[in-house]
Design a protein around this ligand. Sequence first.
Ligand SMILES: [Fe+2]
Length: 730
Amino acid sequence: MVPRKVIAGYADALSIAAGESLDVKVSVEADVESYRCDIVRLICTDEHREGPGLVEEVIDSPVNRSWPARRQSIHVGSYAAVPEMPALGSFTAQAWIWPTRLGAPQTIVAQGSALAMELDESGALALALGGERFASGRPLLEREWAFVAASYDAGSGAVRLIQSPMRHYPGFDSRADRRFHARPGQRFEGELRIAARGAAPDAMSRHYNGKIDRPRIAGRALERAEMDLLAEVAPPAALAGDIVGFWDFARETPGARIVDLSGGERHGVLVNLPARAMTGFNWSGDTGDWRVAPEQYGAIHFHDDDLYDAGWETDIRFDSDPALPSGVYAARLVVPGAPPEHVVFFVRPEPGARGSDVCYLAPTASYLAYGNYRVMDCGPVYEAFQGRLLVAGPEDLFLNEHPEYGDSLYGEHSDGSGICYSSRLRPIVNLRPNSPLWIFGGDGYLTWWLERFGYRADVVTDEDLHEQGQALLEGYRCVVTGNHPEYWSREMWDAMKAWLDGGGRLMYLGGNGFYWRIAFSEAYPGAIEVRRAEDGTRAWEAQPGEYHMSFNGELGGMWRRGDRTPNQLTGVGFTAQGFDRGTYYVRRPGSFDARASWIFEGVGADERIGDFGFADGASGQEIDRYDAALGSPPHALVLATSEGHNDNMLLSCEEFKSTHMMLGGTENPKVRSDMVFFEIPGGGAVFSTGSISWIASLAWGDGDNNVSRITRNVLERFRDPAPFPDLPQE
Ligand SMILES: [Fe+2]
């Protein structure tokens, strides 16, 4: 019997500087009055029976005590709220819509509690008016644009419902224009909602799934031709006195506000981060960049399971000591008999107060991207990947019972569209000890190893690097990555590149790194965005025309499809993945070159490197290879290459060409990890292992092994300010 997880929490930050405070928010789902909190420093975060186990050290703090338990809930589903609305008598409500999940009643636009233009359970347009209900009786089609309108004349009580799909098909004609009679003289008051109804964030219902474009409200029952005018991109002068709301979703695309052009300043706010920069009903296909043709990107895609900020109350405020060493920490929360919760946070050094010449860049963007990854939703695929049956832990079962905690950037919304935003303002139950080796759990072997060999590395996060840029890395001799630094913003990349060009030294100890482009947002602190565009080994595909990110307009997708490749930065790039077992490396001629032979001091010429480890072997899970054609520097030395992969290690799809049909590790020569080293003019250097599993071998045999030896040799040399010898310039 797996013990049930009953406690979850998150904090207002993932990274604090020593001396800053952290607000921890907790929910307990058990009938207990209290739980215990202890602040711990996390040193090893994987409990493999042959490894160091869970190593954590309690930090003295007044918050280390018992706290009263309470339950806090999460309210998912995105919508827009417009607080300032005049009362309506006669009206017209209209929009272009692209519904994606018909079958449940859902709101397109609603005012107060008495007026709602909706889709009913059949998928037909409906109008709720006072206590009365009217419906077109003709279901719309999913993923087809349709113009919909509802009008009411308060004088006569005349109601009209119009459905005008962009396309119609034999047997699937969803056109409708129906007239009804309602009680005359009604007035409607209250705030306006788009894509849901309800008065308060914790009391929303009837969420809409799909896109809405050009929602409009007029203060009288318009004629059909007037509705067309109102659906124009700018407010028509002919209707000047009648327009109540004229929201243009193409304005302020990166933000959380919707802009009203009616002149009445009826701007609204978006709740729970619906997808913006979405193609509108009028997208021509001629451009994929919303910045080029904003009028074609007037749609917002709402989902009934969107989530940005869980909005929990703070339970524990932890004031960190200014002398607290930089490191990986957690608020450990314990209810007896249940698995402990660790609310993980990172303590970075105060600016200018470096504590080490080595800096561990914790891949928190990857942790966010994989945040609340749901193995139970992808059971058979997961089993094929792993080559073994799915094992679900307490966190997986908990997520299964709690869809409202949100999914990862690998999941899909309830309507099947890909999840392109992830936020840390919610409990992330797999950012914990014993999470998979390819995320936080595995990186504990690196922090353990750094500790074991006396390197008190400072710790900074991806988000810190994004915000502070190159200045964050200044003064460090060497930056060490985690096992899976997959998600990079342009700002992060620029900072790393500039620091390397200034003499920095990077140890890329992972695989599948520098792979997806992401964006951060000023409007949504703590959130990241990805667009899984066109190509790449990806869990879902962005819709055509929706490859540019809403947060900053940049083209999303793989870095290698843009102006830079991981190979340029690290010497290697993603080539294959497979999760059933790892394998070893063998030395290549480059490892005997005088430029790099010091890396192999203490390692025999024929020694297998990493034929051990907590992921079975040092090359595995996701692996990268040297490829000059993809930008690996020609002077980079290939030091070692993995061999012995099996056919569960599969070539990445972006590498697949129709001329080679062999995909697996036993046949395809591209399925391999390459370990590389190269110098950068100016004193910098890069060492890359090209494998997620490398770090999981570091701690094998108490750290006495050749993976550890090689890593130490590199780290010692990279800490040494002595320049690398100039390369001959023949
Ligand atoms: Fe990955």
